[in-house]
Design a protein around this ligand. Sequence first.
Ligand SMILES: [Zn+2]
Length: 423
Amino acid sequence: MQFGYTEHCLEHDTGPRHPETADRLQAIREGLKQRYEVVYREPELSSREAIRQVHDPSYVQDVESFCRDGGGKWDADTIASEATWEAALAAAGLAEWAAKTALEGASGRKTPFALGRPPGHHAVFDDAMGFCFFNNTAVAAESALESSADSVAIIDWDVHHGNGTQDLFYDRNDVFYASIHEEGLYPGTGEANETGTGVGEGANLNVPLPSGVPDSGYLHVIEEVIVPAFDRFDPDLLLVSAGFDAHQQDPISRMHLSTEGYALLTDRLRRLGVPTGYVLEGGYGLETLADGVAMVHETFDGRDPIVPDGDPNRDIVDLTATLREEFGLDWESPGVGCRIGHGLLADLPASIWTGLRLVAHVQTTTHEWLPGSIRLLSANSADELTSASGSWGFWSGTPGAVTNRSGEKTRWDETTTQTAMSR
Ligand SMILES: [Zn+2]
């Protein structure tokens, strides 16, 4: 792999007895010394403008001033030093580099991995939290959308829920966010019913796992829920929020993922065949963190993962079944599952229609498709739907890819609607 790395990120000093230290990056570098084909790049820092695409400008200013004044405790566990400002810009710059490099075609052994700190996925629009100042992955996603990508998926396998990333894109249909995390851990968000809002409905997928889930459970979730939902969204770019704190020996979680488990996750995502960049999040056992990153590297270098013995336990099977139902992944229809089709169209809240100019199908109350009754409707309110009609294609239910009746796959947007309506 190509690793983005800069010494700016070592300078971010969180003080004694803090789990998120520069030793983490040193351990990763040490672990990679024994591997072949490791290449380092040192990209530029993110610009203030790039950070402001994601964060409140006055918050960005506050972080800069806080650091210039010597830093200190932003909150109980989020600590800055004077050098944190440059480190935070550098960490975001590394993530931007990973996205750009992937979009330019670097794949396989050249797949980019941004080794930055402070981490990012807890940082929200106007605040730092959970060791994170700027949401590096979100900055990268936004800059990818500014350049050549029309849509981005973020898969977050850190053991904590990426509340910041979820919040930033919760009402958006151009970024799909999926997180697998330990239920009940910091920051307490990430329930399965947090699925997005407005046009972003269905573009946020949380898989909160009970503690102690081993490799087989993770694999089951990836294969049964994350991959099908990802395929349906059909993004131009995948960013992986790669934390390594779900490892069975990580000091701050209770999951049972093994080092081999990270190879399995990597292998499944690698096979999606979409331009992909990795961005470091957490991971606090120095040895297991180094081993985890090395395992991602080895997997891209051609190492086959070892498939775990044993089936996932009942809890995991039930949870994936619930999520498949929730996201309409089991729907058999001429197109794809339709999440917003659960119930009668007229029962849907008006907020769903606002500005959407959507599309719908006609359904019975028992959730069966009525053959031949699929319709394209352009409506800004539920009321308009009752009088609108048409017959061309239909909405996939999740923002993203749409399949029309001839089986052609396209991306749904307003232009598509207009084209369809004029037929
Ligand atoms: Zn974490």
